[in-house]
Design a protein around this ligand. Sequence first.
Ligand code: ZN
Length: 315
Amino acid sequence: MPNFYGQTHRRPTWRRRDRNEGFRIVAVKPGDVRRLSRKAGEVKIPKVGWVRFRWSRPALQAKSFRVTRDAAGRWHVAFAVIPQPIPAPGTGAVVGVDRGVTVSAALSTGELLVVPPLRETEKKRLLRLQRRLARARRGSKRRGKTKAAIARLKAREGDRRKDWVEKTSTDLARRFDVIAVEDLKISAMTRSAKGTVEAPGRNVRQKAGLNQGILTNGWGRLVTRVQDKAPDRVRMIDPRYTSQTCNACGHIARESRKSQALFLCVACKHRDHADVNAAKNLRDTPQGIAVAARGGLLLGGPVNREPQRDLLLVG
Ligand SMILES: [Zn+2]
């Protein structure tokens, strides 16, 4: 609720069956986790006993862990460990990252990064399953099976996106000293239904199709992860006009954005990929302020949460 009133998060929602299943175990003793082999480990869960899991991370001592079951029915165990931030390369290199719809993230270096989507066959299968779900009677066995199959497909899509976010954020943190991204809080204001402050192109982009929510989400996660991995090296930029400003001459005109992909300056005829041009503008905006991860300390916030970097650093 403090986050909601602080306007950084949406209103808390109810826990949902099959979607938010799990529990957390605290006060873990060193002997409660043991490694069986290179790939397998075991954890002692109260009232349950030893439970095996797939050892997928380097060994680290954790004081608490979470056991969850996702919508696709997969069980996970996550140990709470605060990872070391990724060291800056020290080259002074600055990169601008612009988000888009067809291109998930455009870098000022010209690289265009795309979140791997579901394959065509997978999309077709998803649609078919969703139609079947709509016809199935509530509470029936068939409905449950269909639901599970849909959840497995969605999980695959989500896993791919998550993997992409992790790899991309690590890559950015390793290669660049400063990472300039658009400030989502400002974007949210300028891109509201009424707001025509931004280029009309941008608003269209935002509303483009059913991917909108997913992309916004993925983008937020990418920014968050870069902040986690490179604290104090992320620069938040007011995104207004970044898509209509010419990076070569600074001329601002929405007519310069010719299409989804093409930027052609009406003043100097400078030509670039529209998203790359925007990324370069983000990179070159100087008055950006380095923002601490997740907006720093929350006084009076809930205390029974898992360790977070900022909270621990302050103490
Ligand atoms: Zn120009």
